[in-house]
Write a protein that binds this ligand. Structure first.
Ligand SMILES: NC(=O)c1ccc[n+]([C@@H]2O[C@H](COP(=O)([O-])OP(=O)(O)OC[C@H]3O[C@@H](n4cnc5c(N)ncnc54)[C@H](O)[C@@H]3O)[C@@H](O)[C@H]2O)c1
Length: 408
C-alpha cells in the first residue's frame, strides 16, 4: 500500500452500502479519502483491501483505492476540506425517524471544521435535518457562522448496480444557500456523469422521501387490486396485464408486501412530520403492511381447508425470504415476516423454507427449491426469484402465488 503524506480531501462518515462505494469512487477520481466507521471490523476489513458488503465491482474498486493509498479507513475523522455524512437513518418505535446517527457523526467532525469547508448529508433524512445540523454546528462553533458550505444530496442508487449508478444517475443537490449549492455541485461534478440538478436543502430532502413514497403508493394500488380481485374471483395478473394495454395506464405488480430499508421506511419520514396532509402516503404504508398479514392468513386458511379435505396435515413450501427478487437481503422483508407468522401459527405441519440466494440462515432451516416444490402439498410463492419460474409443479398441488410466478 502506498503511504499518503498529504492530508485527506474528503472525510466519509459511514462506510456501509452507500458510503463505501462512494468513497471508492471519489478515491478513484484521484482524491484522498479518509473513511470513518464506528465499526472496527469494517475499518480493518477495508484497510486490508477487502469489503464487508456484497456489491458487484465494489471489491476491485476498494482494493485499488486502498492499494493506491487513496482510501484509508479509521474509527475517527481527521481534518479535510469536504465532509460527507452517510450513516443510517432508521425509524424508532412509533415510525418516527431516528436522526441520532447523523447527529453523532456531525458532532464527531465539529472540532475539525474550518472556514470554507463543505459539509454534505447524503443519509435519507426528514425535511429540515440539514438546517437542524447547520444550527447544531453554528451553536457549537459560532465563529464559523455563514462561513461553511452546507448541502443535502440524496442517494438514489439501486443495490446490485451501485458502482454504475453512482456515476451515471442524475443527482439532486440542495444547499442551505446558493453558494453552498454551487460548491456541492462543483464537488460532485468531479466524479458524476449524470446531470446535477440544483435546488435548496429542504426540497432535496423531500425529493428523496417522495421518490420512495411514490413507489410505495403505486405498489399499494397494485396490492389493493390483488385483494379486490381475490374476492371478485378475478386473476389480478391477467387484469393488470390487460389494463396496461391502455396507452396511458401503467399499474405495477402486486406482491406479498413491501420491504427493504428504503421504500418501506422513507414514507414514514413524511407521515411522521405531516400526518394530517399525508393521507395517501400513510394509507399506502398500511395497505402494504396489511398485504403481508393477509398472505399469512391466506396460508393458514388454505392449510385448514387441505386438512379438512384430505384428513391429514399438509406439507408446505414457503418459497423465498428476501425482500425482493434475486437478492440475498432479508432486511424488512415481508416474505420473512410471513414465514415467521406462519411458523408461529403452526400446528406441527411440515414446512420447507426456501431462499435460493443464501446458503444458510441462523433461524430457518433452508431446503433446496426443487426438493421443496416436489415434496410439498401446498406451494406458496412469496418472492419472484428467477429460479421459481423454471419449476414445473404437479397438477395436484395447491398453489398460493403472491408474486405472479404462475401466470395463466
Ligand atoms: N442502501 C441503499 O440502497 C440506500 C439507498 C439510498 C439511500 N440510502 C440511505 O443512505 C444512508 C446510509 O445507508 P447504508 O445502506 O449505507 O447504511 P449501512 O448501515 O449499510 O451503513 C452505515 C454505516 O455507518 C456506520 N456508522 C453509524 N454511525 C456512525 C457514525 N456516527 N460515524 C461513522 N460511521 C457510523 C455504521 O457502522 C455502518 O457501517 C441511510 O440514510 C439510507 O437510508 C441507502
Amino acid at each position: 500500500m502506498k503511504i499518503k503524506k498529504s492530508s485527506p480531501d474528503v472525510v466519509m462518515m459511514g462506510l456501509g452500502y452507500i458510503g463505501l462505494p462512494t468513497a471508492a469512487l471519489i478515491a478513484k477520481s484521484g482524491k484522498y479519502v479518509h473513511g470513518v466507521d464506528i465499526n472496527q471490523n469494517v475499518v480493518d476489513t477495508i484497510n486490508s483491501g477487502k469489503v464487508h458488503i456484497v456489491e458487484p465491482e465494489l471489491d476491485a474498486a476498494v482494493a485499488f483505492a486502498v492499494n493506491e493509498g487513496n482510501l484509508v479507513a479509521d474509527t475517527k475523522p481527521v481534518n479535510a476540506r469536504t465532509y460527507i455524512i452517510v450513516v443510517p437513518t432508521p425509524f424508532k418505535d412509533k415510525n418516527e425517524p431516528d436522526t441520532s446517527f447523523v447527529e453523532a457523526a456531525t458532532v464527531a467532525i465539529l472540532p475539525l471544521l474550518e472556514e470554507g469547508d463543505l459539509y454534505i448529508i447524503e443519509s435519507t433524512s426528514p425535511v429540515g435535518t440539514t438546517e437542524k445540523m447547520t444550527g447544531l454546528i453554528y451553536s457549537k462553533r459560532p465563529e464559523l457562522k455563514n462561513k461553511l458550505y452546507v448541502a443535502y444530496c440524496p442517494e438514489r442508487v439501486l443495490p446490485g448496480n451501485v458502482m454504475h449508478e453512482l456515476v451515471h444517475n442524475d443527482r439532486v443537490i440542495g444547499g442551505i444557500d446558493n453558494a453552498s449549492t454551487q460548491k456541492a455541485l462543483s464537488f460532485y461534478q468531479q466524479f458524476v456523469k449524470g446531470e446535477l440538478h440544483k435546488t435548496n436543502a429542504r426540497t432535496a430532502e423531500m425529493c428523496k422521501l417522495v421518490e420512495n413514497s411514490s413507489r410505495d403508493v403505486q405498489i399499494a394500488f397494485a396490492n389493493e387490486l390483488s385483494l379486490i380481485c381475490d374476492k371478485a374471483d378475478i386473476n389480478v395478473w391477467e387484469l393488470i396485464n390487460l389494463t396496461n394495454k391502455h396507452p396511458r395506464v401503467n399499474i405495477l405488480q402486486p406482491g406479498c408486501g413491501v420491504g427493504g430499508h428504503c421504500i418501506a421506511v422513507d414514507p414514514y419520514f413524511i407521515v411522521a412530520d405531516y400526518p394530517m396532509e399525508s393521507k395517501i402516503i400513510g394509507t399506502a404504508r398500511e395497505i402494504n403492511n396489511y398485504k403481508s398479514f393477509w398472505c399469512a392468513e391466506k396460508i393458514k386458511n388454505t392449510k385448514l381447508e387441505f386438512q379438512l379435505k384430505h384428513g391429514r396435515k399438509p406439507r408446505i413450501a414457503l418459497m423465498g425470504l428476501a425482500f425482493k427478487p434475486n437478492i440475498d437481503d432479508l432486511r424488512e422483508s415481508p416474505a420473512k415476516y410471513i414465514v415467521q407468522k406462519v411458523l408461529q401459527d403452526s400446528n406441527d405441519e411440515e414446512y420447507f423454507i426456501v431462499e435460493p440466494n443464501i446458503a444458510s440462515h441462523n433461524v430457518f432451516k433452508l431446503t433446496d427449491y426443487n426438493v421443496a416444490a416436489e415434496q410439498a402439498d401446498i406451494v406458496v410463492f412469496l418472492v419472484g426469484h428467477k429460479q421459481f419460474f423454471e419449476l414445473e409443479l404437479d397438477k395436484g398441488k395447491v398453489v398460493l402465488d403472491f408474486c405472479g410466478i404462475v401466470r395463466q
